[in-house]
Design a protein around this ligand. Structure first.
Ligand code: KIV
Length: 262
């Protein structure tokens, strides 16, 4: 029922906002925000653990963070969790165990990158009663195949293939699709063609919703500012400022004062 927020498509006023979230304290803060859905993205391998790609994320890692975020968000906020690198490939038993682990940890749905070669697996997961969000365009788990973090669907052939894959994702029963780093016009066409909501990241404005990595949106990622990110706050700078003030107060004997002492 938390996924009701994805049962709409179309107008700007109804657009779906989604942010990544990886830990309890952030979830506890964001629980009060009107953001409609949260994603424990495998981007945590980069933002939380400092790896250069999402590939080192594991099912156990995703499950621990999912539990923490669910505790912070409460039971009634939509929470989607990434199935990490290669967890949707291999034997069906292994895939279903990974899905089970994430759902038991508190996910409302899993997100799975790509469709080629695992459409039957996607269908099986949906038919098992687990909501699945698709993810096409730039797929960070395929960064080595893409040859880097590049805009996808730029040639006529690549655009045609992306439209076809988007339909396949929908036909498999996915309830929504993330489109990452594709030309705005192509994203708008796919959004018009599909009956399920399309959530964009670097996919222009004519989609049904937008998702951003929390660290990027809140300005915590000081050395990373790609074109598609807007910083809605300067949290990184205000943390540095607060740390400076703390340190000055300690060195100048202004902290703790009487009211902060027993
Ligand atoms: O892992 C992630 O954060 C994502 C978003 C960028 C959509 O997949």
């Amino acid at each position: 029922m938390n996924l009701q927020v994805f049962h709409k498509k179309g107008s700007n006023a109804d657009a779906i906002s989604m942010l990544t979230c990886y830990d309890y304290s952030a979830a506890r803060i964001l629980r009060e925000a009107p953001v409609e859905a949260f994603l424990v993205g495998d981007s945590l391998a980069m933002t939380v653990y400092g790896h250069p790609t999402t590939l080192p994320a594991t099912v156990d890692m995703m499950a621990r963070h999912t539990e923490a975020v669910r505790r912070g968000l409460g039971a009634d906020r939509a929470l989607v969790v990434d199935l990490p690198f290669l967890a949707h490939r291999g034997s069906l038993d292994r895939v279903m165990e990974a899905v089970r682990t994430l759902m038991v940890a508190g996910a409302d749905a899993v997100k799975i990158e790509g469709i080629a070669g695992h459409d039957e697996t996607l269908r099986h997961i949906v038919q098992s009663g687990v909501p699945v969000m698709g993810h096409l365009g730039l797929m960070p788990q395929s960064v080595h195949l893409h040859g880097g973090y590049r805009v996808q669907g730029k040639t006529a052939e690549a655009a045609r293939s992306l439209v076809e894959q988007a339909h396949q994702v929908q036909d498999c029963g996915c309830f929504a699709l993330v489109l990452e780093c594709v030309p705005a016009e192509l994203a708008a066409n796919i959004t018009r063609e599909l009956g399920i909501p399309v959530i964009g990241i670097g996919a222009g404005p004519e989609v049904d919703g937008q998702v951003l990595v929390m660290q990027d949106a809140l300005g915590m990622n000081l050395d990373f500012s790609p074109r598609f990110v807007r910083r809605f706050a300067d949290t990184g700078k205000s943390w540095q400022q607060a740390a400076r003030e703390f340190s000055d107060a300690v060195r100048q004997g202004r902290f703790p004062d009487e009211t902060e002492s027993f």
